[in-house]
Write a protein that binds this ligand. Structure first.
Ligand code: TYD
Ligand code: MG
Length: 503
C-alpha cells in the first residue's frame, strides 16, 4: 500500500511545498500554507485524474462509451464531432470564440455580486431552448435560483422545460444527475462550495472522508478534475464559477486554470452598470475579445452604444482625453482621465486603474525627459472611465496627454480623439488598426483625430481632412490649449443659482 504523503498547499495560489513555511514563496502571502495529506490508497488526484477513489463516480463512467485510443493522421481527425453550441447571446459567443465546445470546461471568475449567476442563468435559458441544461447551485436554494430565473423572464417560458435546477454541494450527486439527464451544459455555481468525498457510504461518511472542507485547496483540485473529466468523457460542456480572492486573482489560479480549457473573468465596478466579460485563457479561441454588458433590472443586456460619448459641445476638461482603443476584433472609445496633485519629492504616488502601471511609470519618465514636465514631486492618478481596462500601447499618447493636460490645466479641443504609441525617446510610433480606429472615432462624431506621422495615408481619402499627424510627443503636447479656470474659491454669498426643490 502506498504511504500517505503530506504536503503543504497555499490557500491563495495553490502552490505546493514539501515543508511548512510561514510565507508562501510563490505569492508571498503570510500564513496561507495548510497541511494536505493525499489519500493513502490510490494515486493522488492530480497525478492520475481518473483514479480518484470515488467508486460512485467511477461506476458512472463505466457506462460511458470510451473513444478509440489509437493514433491517427491529423487530417483524418473528425471535426464534425465538435459542433459549437452558440448561446445566441452575441457578447458571450464572441468571447468564447463562437459558442461552447462540447467536452470543454470553462472557469468563470469574478467578484461576489458582479453578476456571474445572472449571466450564467441567462446563458442556461438561451441554451435550454435547444437541449438540456443543468444549473447546479451549491450556494443558493432551488427556490432562490427560480426567483432569479423568474426575474430574468425564464421561469415558465418554453425554454424552462429543458432547464434543470439542483441545489447540492455534494459533487458526486451533481455528476450523477448531469449524466442521468444527459444535459448538453452543466453549470456549477460555485466550485468553492462544492466537495467530493472518498469511497462509498452515506453523504456524512463521505464528507468526513473528504480531505478538508469545501473550498480547501485539495477539494477544489479534486472537484475541478472530476468536472473536466466528466466533460471530456461525456461531451457535455461544463462551466464552473470561481470567486476572486482579495488580491483580485481567481482563487487557486495555478490550481484551477490548468485544469480547464477556458478561463473567463467577469469584471466591472459594482457601483456602475457596465460589466466586461474577458477571456484570460482560451484553448478554443482568442483571448483578445471582450463582451460588454450592462446590468439592468431585467438582467444583463448587451451594450451596443459606447461607454463614452465624444461630445463636441462639452466644456474642455483638463486631464480627460478620448482614445479609440482596440479590444479584440472591435474598437471602442475610451476616456483616459488623469489628475496630478502636489506630493512628496521622492515618494510621490503613481496610481493606475485600467491602464498598465509599468507603462504609466514609463510615460511619466518620458514626459519628464522629453516633454519638460516636472512630476517628481507630483502624485499622478490615471484611470479609465467606465471600468474599462486598456492595456494596448496605442493608448500611450492619450495617457501622456491626459497627465500633461491635468498638470498644466490644458486640454485638447472638444471633439478630438488621439492614439499612438510613445517610445522611450519621446517619438510617436505607428499604432495597429488605424482605419478601424479612425472610422470608429468619426462614427462617434470626432471632429479631428490626432495620429502617428505617416499613418494618415493608411486611411481612406475621404476621412483625411480631419486627421492631424504628430511625430514626437512634444508636438502633441503643443496641441493642448489652456482652459479658463473656473473660480474654485467657495463663495460666501447665498448660492442664488440654486433653488430648493418644492415638489
Ligand atoms: P449575481 O448574479 O447574484 O452576482 P454573483 O453571482 O456574481 O455574486 O447578481 C449580482 C447583482 O446583480 C445583485 O446585487 C442584484 C443585481 N441584479 C440586477 O440588478 N438585475 C437582475 O435582473 C438580477 C438578476 C440581478
Ligand atoms: Mg452567484
Amino acid at each position: 500500500m502506498a504511504k500517505a504523503r503530506t504536503s503543504f498547499v497555499c490557500d491563495e495560489c495553490g502552490a505546493t511545498q514539501t515543508q511548512w513555511m510561514g510565507r508562501c514563496p510563490e505569492c508571498n502571502t503570510w500564513d496561507s500554507l495548510a497541511a494536505f495529506t493525499e489519500p493513502a490508497t490510490g494515486a493522488s488526484a492530480d497525478a492520475s485524474p481518473g483514479s480518484v477513489a470515488n467508486a460512485a463516480v467511477e461506476d458512472l463512467y463505466k457506462e460511458v462509451e470510451q473513444g478509440p485510443s489509437q493514433a491517427c493522421p491529423l487530417h483524418e481527425v473528425d471535426l464534425t464531432e465538435l459542433p459549437r453550441m452558440p448561446t445566441g447571446i452575441e457578447e458571450v459567443d464572441r468571447v468564447l470564440g463562437g459558442g461552447f465546445v462540447p467536452g470543454g470546461s470553462i472557469l468563470l471568475g469574478g467578484d461576489p455580486g458582479i453578476g456571474k449567476s445572472t449571466l450564467l442563468m441567462q446563458v442556461a435559458g438561451a441554451l435550454s431552448a435547444s437541449g438540456g441544461v443543468l444549473y447546479a447551485s451549491s450556494e443558493e436554494s432551488a427556490a432562490q435560483v427560480r426567483m432569479r430565473a423568474d426575474r430574468l423572464g425564464l421561469g415558465d417560458g418554453p425554454t424552462a422545460k429543458g432547464l434543470y435546477v439542483l441545489a447540492e454541494t455534494d459533487l458526486t450527486r451533481v455528476l450523477k444527475e448531469a449524466m442521468r439527464l444527459k444535459v448538453r451544459l452543466l453549470i456549477l455555481d460555485s466550485i468553492q462550495m462544492a466537495w467530493i468525498g472518498s469511497g462509498a457510504g452515506s453523504p456524512q461518511e463521505r464528507s468526513r472522508n473528504a480531505s478538508g472542507g469545501s473550498g480547501a485547496v485539495a477539494q477544489l483540485r479534486r472537484c475541478a478534475t472530476e468536472l473536466s473529466l466528466l466533460a471530456k468523457k461525456t461531451g457535455m460542456a461544463v462551466v464552473l464559477v470561481g470567486h476572486v480572492t482579495k488580491e483580485g486573482t481567481l482563487a487557486g489560479p495555478k490550481l484551477l486554470e490548468h485544469l480547464v480549457d477556458v478561463v473567463l473573468g467577469f469584471e466591472g465596478d459594482q457601483h456602475h452598470r457596465h460589466r466586461i466579460l474577458r477571456g484570460i485563457k482560451n484553448r478554443f479561441g482568442s483571448t483578445q475579445e471582450i463582451g460588454l454588458f450592462q446590468m439592468t433590472s431585467d438582467g444583463l443586456e448587451p451594450v451596443n452604444e459606447q461607454l463614452v460619448r465624444l461630445d463636441t459641445e462639452a466644456q474642455p476638461a483638463p486631464g480627460a482625453v478620448i482614445v479609440p482603443t482596440l479590444a479584440g476584433s472591435r474598437c471602442l472609445l475610451a476616456e483616459i482621465q488623469a489628475l496630478t496633485a502636489t506630493g512628496f519629492l521622492g515618494s510621490a504616488k503613481r496610481r493606475a486603474a485600467g491602464v498598465d502601471a509599468a507603462r504609466l511609470a514609463m510615460l511619466i519618465a518620458v514626459l519628464e525627459k522629453h516633454g519638460g514636465l516636472r512630476l517628481a514631486d507630483q502624485d499622478v492618478f490615471v484611470s479609465v472611465a467606465g471600468g474599462l481596462r486598456v492595456l494596448e500601447p496605442g493608448v500611450d499618447l492619450a495617457t501622456a496627454l491626459a497627465i500633461a493636460g491635468a498638470h498644466y490645466g490644458r486640454s485638447l479641443e472638444p471633439g478630438t480623439a488621439i492614439f499612438g504609441e510613445v517610445t522611450l525617446s519621446g517619438a510617436v510610433r505607428p499604432a495597429a488598426g488605424v482605419q478601424q480606429r479612425v472610422s470608429e472615432a468619426l462614427r462617434r462624431g470626432a471632429r479631428r483625430i490626432i495620429l502617428p506621422a505617416g499613418q494618415a495615408e493608411e486611411v481612406e481619402a475621404s476621412a483625411r481632412e480631419r486627421l492631424f499627424e504628430v511625430s514626437r510627443l512634444v508636438d502633441a503636447l503643443n496641441l493642448l490649449e489652456p482652459v479658463a479656470k473656473p473660480n474654485a474659491k467657495p463663495s460666501t454669498d447665498a448660492p442664488d443659482g440654486l433653488q430648493a426643490v418644492t415638489n
